[in-house]
Design a protein around this ligand. Structure first.
Ligand SMILES: [Zn+2]
Length: 521
């Protein structure tokens, strides 16, 4: 397989084959059909979006021996010579290398002569913004009084550098960058036609690296084929692009969830030893965090075929939605700061450590702490239907409160409330009026979230201030304490030595001073 074969072979040769520029194609087709031709066209757009390809197609449309047409035949000698880059009346000039006014004058002098073979002489000037001012002035004279047989097609990545006097004489078309999905789709079709095997994860990697340029995508594809000796494996493409294996980033997020800074460092060092791009890593990390946010908010939007889907859903249980948002922001900011960091590795490490250092105010710890992370039970996810059966609720509220992962005021709300009623997915609590401040919506929502995490399903939580009819966890704890104290008091009073003391000194045991073992009050 020849190294550059695909990029050349699949270069679009007509409007139909041009991907993603429908708006430009429609306008040009229309003009050609109506024979309303302009004498100067300006194609703008970032590199590799197809400006010169479009210029060549337009040259064929103008010179095809079947007549001026939006559908050149591709078979006549004019079409074939244009495709082959040897049509004498098509002049392609790269202004980046021909900025001298003398060369421009020379070129424009020949413009006065009639075309040798074709209907029109077509001058394609690429990177036209690179022309010097005097070269622009020379061109302007021709543009003001263009010979009938001459067509200019100017192309540029930077239209702002073109003098307004020139701009105003051109019909301007802005070519769009191609979205990665459209590029991947095109590559897929092309590989099928070429009967080249390819792992599905490989094409999105190439499409993204191409950054909107089909030309880059095709040369990367060629490179990947050469790299993979005729077939395309995602691993090879990743190596080739310095792209980051998602498993590194999933491990990284797991370490963030576990608040395990040491593990974060280990992963970052591994990535560095494999020369992975930390910029790409932060970009991908933000992409993964987006997927985590989706797992929380719209789990059905996660593609079923996503290879890391299960792991993502598992990870989502250990992040609360606010924390995902925060980490996302940190990843974006970290990427922006990367060029300012002492080096990329340092910038990356600082960014992921920042994910550990900051968390949304009042957020419950994702895991109990780093040392216990391995023992943390997998929490059922609201989206996981199997989990609804995992945690039945028998109505023992105080017992549930003890097992609930909730902290702060929300915990106090839980401890001091009594269960008034519970039914399928509904929990109604009564909080004593004296503690009505605990019924604040903020705390209710945190408690609700903890309940949902515990039960793995949506919960409707109602909290009303009033007289508690049933026991609260706080009351039970107080009772327990009292009972243990009473036991201790009895034990003390039953103790022979204490009894003797009481008898001899006419002393008495002060109940409230007796402390049960382990009782701090
Ligand atoms: Zn033709």
């Amino acid at each position: 397989m020849n190294y550059q074969v695909l990029a050349r072979k699949w270069r679009p040769r007509n409007f139909a084959a041009l991907i993603g520029q429908e708006h430009v194609v429609r306008a040009l087709r229309h003009a050609l059909e109506q024979n309303r031709l302009h004498h100067a066209y300006l194609f703008t757009g970032t590199r590799g979006v197809g400006k010169t390809t479009l210029a060549r197609i337009l040259a064929k449309c103008l010179n095809c021996e079947t007549g001026i047409t939006p559908d050149p035949c591709g078979r006549c000698s004019a079409c074939q010579e244009i495709d082959g880059g040897r049509f004498v009346d098509l002049l392609e000039v790269d202004a980046a290398t021909n900025t001298k006014v003398d060369e421009m004058r020379q070129l424009l002098d020949t413009a006065q002569y009639a075309p040798t073979r074709g209907r029109f002489k077509v001058y394609v000037i690429d990177e036209v913004h690179m022309l010097s001012n005097s070269a622009f002035n020379a061109m302007l004279k021709t543009l003001e009084e263009p010979p009938e047989h001459l067509k200019f097609i100017l192309a540029t990545t930077d239209p702002q550098k073109i003098p307004v006097t020139v701009l105003s004489r051109c019909l301007q078309f802005n070519l769009k960058q191609m979205p990665p999905a459209a590029i991947a789709e095109h590559l897929q079709r092309l590989l099928e036609a070429e009967k080249i095997a390819c792992e599905p994860e490989a094409l999105p990697l190439i499409a993204r690296a191409a950054a909107g340029s089909m030309r880059d995508a095709l040369s990367l594809l060629d490179q990947a084929i050469a790299h993979g000796a005729g077939s395309i494996a995602a691993g090879n493409v990743r190596d080739m692009l310095g792209a980051v294996d998602t498993s590194y980033l999933l491990r990284l997020l797991e370490a963030v969830a576990a608040r395990d800074g040491a593990q974060l460092m280990v992963i970052a060092d591994e990535m560095q030893s494999r020369s992975l791009s930390f910029d790409a890593a932060l970009q991908d990390l933000a992409g993964l965090l987006l997927k985590l946010a989706m797992a929380h908010a719209v789990p059905e939007a996660l593609e079923a075929g996503l290879p890391e889907r299960d792991r993502l859903l598992g990870l989502a249980r250990h992040f609360d939605p606010e924390n995902v948002q925060l980490c996302y922001q940190i990843a974006l900011q970290g990427r922006e700061d990367l060029p300012l960091a002492p080096d990329e590795h340092a910038g990356f490490v600082m960014t992921v450590l920042r994910m550990l250092a900051f968390r949304p105010e009042g957020a419950a710890p994702a895991f109990a702490d780093a040392n216990n992370s391995a023992a943390a039970p997998p929490l059922p996810h609201p989206a996981d239907k199997n989990a609804t059966r995992a945690q039945p609720f028998g109505g023992d509220w105080p017992d549930l409160v003890r097992r609930l992962q909730v902290t702060g005021a929300a915990r106090e709300l839980a401890r001091n409330s009594a269960l008034a009623r519970h039914a399928d997915g509904v929990i109604e609590l009564v909080v004593p009026k004296s503690m009505g401040h605990l019924a604040e919506r903020n705390y209710q929502e945190k408690l609700k979230a903890a309940l949902e995490q515990h039960f793995g399903r949506q919960i409707v939580l109602k909290v009303t201030p009033g007289e508690a009819a049933a026991a609260t966890a706080a009351a039970i704890e107080a009772e327990d304490r009292e009972a243990r104290r009473a036991d201790a008091t009895r034990a003390v009073q039953g103790d022979r030595f204490v009894k003797d003391l009481v008898d001899i000194f006419d002393a008495k045991v002060v109940g409230s001073s007796v402390r049960a073992n382990g009782d701090k009050n």
